[in-house]
Ligand binder design. Sequence first.
Ligand SMILES: [Zn+2]
Length: 265
Amino acid sequence: MKFYVSVDMEGIAGILFKEQIYRNETFYEESRRLLTDEVNAVVEALVQAGATEIVVKDAHASGFNLLYGSLHPAATLAAGALPLANRFAGLDETFAGALLIGYHAMAGTRGAILEHTFSYADILELALNGEPIGEIGIDALLFGRFGVPVLFVSGDDKTCAEAQRQLGTVFTYETKQATGRHSGLLKAPRRVLAEIGESVKEAVGRRSECKPYAIPGPYEMRIEYTSTNLADARELESDGVRRAGGRALALRDDDLLRLLARTFK
Ligand SMILES: [Zn+2]
């Protein structure tokens, strides 16, 4: 029984500020330890639930955040850069489920810790076929292409609510309660390490309730940028692009992967 674990950093227990999540920032090294410990607790729970193979993808920023030497020995690391739309190395239809650890709510979510959608600087909102979508939804679509359901999502309370709204049946664990972009009530990381495994095991035990996520095509992605010049720059680049507002473009495509590749070009 194989599982794919994608790990972001914003939703990890104890994390609240940008100074904790970027290399060379003051608190980054401690955050790497928090991240690695939480991932290891998830991997250990998967082992106890009967996993035979566990792939861990370090999905935050550069993709080099985990303390590799401290990674649980049952995990295989999916390392190296791939284009965003195709970033889960080794993913195929043999996986029983995916887990999204340390995720965050989509850009514009009120009262959500470090909310954004892939880019803090450039993107105000993405909407796929008229519905706003964030990193949880897009990653669930990438797993869904291979028939792999997302079983479990962890992060702040807004992250968990977004996962349930977007994916239907999915198991969640709150590492913190957000009250603002940089404020909230944070569970002690040691408490999270003690609790998260039970939630993971429940998700694995009830995985048949979770369905692979899919949205039928054809597709239109509306991208609301933070600034008009970002829309200006791409308006004429190819067919299937429509100016959808002062700061917005709409991209059309029949193929989901190609659409995502164009979105994150
Ligand atoms: Zn991140």
